[in-house]
Design a protein around this ligand. Structure first.
Ligand code: FAD
Ligand code: PHB
Length: 393
């Protein structure tokens, strides 16, 4: 078997790349380790930048996003018992964020892929890559009880942080890594959202975040140690802690309801440089991880695959490798800006076990400055809604 672009990983990055390539008439095969339901059911991102929403709309996969996704023109920063509104759209020339679960993004992209009839294989195992320094890189994998070989013009490594593609880049790459002394305990609750905007809270007991998935479902997080055992947290204890951190002096608090799902995620910042070797190109979490505080991970994955799709198009249309050669450098510029912003949001809003009372006062002063200076709030808004990105390709 041969294909133009062999895509390893059928998460948001792999599916979106396959979709964009299809629109340019470029063949691909998508190989996914898990089953179809697992990929859809995984509860992860919730916030799309304006650019990601625009890209979905312009490439024909935005119908449900506009039906059931929620456009948010503002966000709250909460500290000292008060919520402070950050008017994102007003400060960013009309851009907004869209609350639309990653599950829904993945569903839209899977449906689009299935409609094209192009190959998307689930439950493949033992995926390995060879000959990336030649013009015929090779993917070997097991599926349906048989071993398969797929030769490709290029391989796109969209297999997330724990995939096999990043290790296959070889020795000529540098990793930049930072782990944080905390993680997030997240729940989905059957409760109507009690606020029209997300609320990021910096509290003396630690960070907390109010988000949502639909008019009936609230999504909440709070900071815990990175290795926290979820079994230590019965639902009542979770609600007790959520309410302690989130309730503001004016009486605002999240509505309480049955917990549908709960888990703990550790947090890290991680970058691979360069994001490619030979004909193997990484995109999304395979190349970089951001702590979720800035809501950037899925959006960076979308930006990477847009650049990659543009570069492959240039290659096939004009036999020009210029954009492919520049892919890593171009992508990394946005990646580092998102890293900086995500790190900044994280350290401003979380309580570090290594910090002291001085650090907490400094954080509160930072938040006070941001919410009282239009210049500072504008900087937050332009990063949060997403830095400019040209969506033509
Ligand atoms: P993944 O989603 O990890 O997909 C990779 C796929 O590759 C997986 O399906 C995996 O099964 C498959 N795979 C792995 N190994 C192999 C293999 N060997 N062979 C074949 N397939 C393989 N981002 C935002 O932008 N906004 C947010 O609001 C946000 N909130 C978040 C909240 C939480 C709690 C978490 C954990 C993350 C959040 N993110 C957010 C980040 C976002 O979820 C990720 O950045 C996004 O999933 C990256 O997509 P991806 O396709 O690169 O990787
Ligand atoms: C979410 O809704 O899951 C969410 C929202 C904002 C974030 C991270 C996650 O920063």
């Amino acid at each position: 078997m041969h294909t133009q672009v062999g895509i390893i990983g059928g998460g948001p990055a792999g599916l979106l790349l396959g979709h964009l390539l299809h629109l340019k008439g470029i063949d691909s095969v998508i190989l996914e380790r898990r089953d179809h339901e697992y990929v859809i059911d995984r509860v992860r991102a919730g916030v799309l930048e304006q650019f990601t929403a625009d890209l979905m709309t312009q490439t024909g996969v935005g119908a449900r996003l506009h039906q059931i996704g929620m456009r948010h023109d503002s966000v709250y920063l909460s500290f000292g018992g008060r919520r402070h509104l950050v008017p994102l759209s007003e400060l960013s020339g009309g851009k907004a964020i869209y609350v639309y679960g990653q599950n829904e993004v993945v569903k839209d992209l899977m449906d689009a892929r299935i409609a094209t009839g192009r190959p998307l294989h689930y439950e493949v195992s033992d995926v390995s890559v060879y000959d990336i320094d030649t013009t015929r890189p090779l993917i070997r994998y097991h599926a349906g009880g048989a071993q398969h070989e797929l030769t490709c013009d290029f391989i796109a490594g969209c297999d997330g942080f724990h995939g096999i593609c990043r290790p296959a880049l070889g020795d000529a790459v540098t990793f930049y890594d930072k782990t944080y002394p905390f993680g997030w305990l997240g729940i989905l609750a059957e409760a109507a959202p009690s606020s029209e905007a997300l609320v990021y809270t910096c509290h003396e007991r630690g960070f907390a975040l109010f988000s949502m998935r639909s008019p009936k479902i609230t999504r909440l997080y709070f900071q815990v140690p990175p290795d926290e055992d979820i079994n230590k947290w019965p639902d009542d204890a979770i609600w007790d802690e959520m309410l302690k951190r989130m309730t503001t002096k004016d009486g605002w608090k999240p509505n309480v309801g049955p917990v549908l799902n709960k888990n703990v995620t550790a947090m890290r910042s991680f970058v691979t440089e360069p994001m490619c070797a030979g004909r193997l190109y990484l995109a999304g979490d395979a190349a970089h991880i951001v702590p979720p505080t800035g809501a950037k991970g899925l959006n960076l994955a979308a930006a990477d695959v847009l650049l990659l799709a543009r570069a492959f198009t240039e290659f096939y249309k004009y036999s020009n490798s210029g954009l492919l050669n520049n892919y890593s450098e171009t992508a990394l510029q946005r990646v580092w800006r998102a890293q900086r912003f995500s790190w900044w949001m994280t350290q401003t809003l979380h309580l570090s076990p290594e910090g002291n009372a001085f650090d907490f006062k400094r954080q509160l002063t930072d938040l006070d400055y941001i919410t009282s200076s239009k210049a500072a709030m504008t900087s937050l808004a332009e990063n949060y809604v997403g830095l400019p990105m040209d969506i033509e390709f």
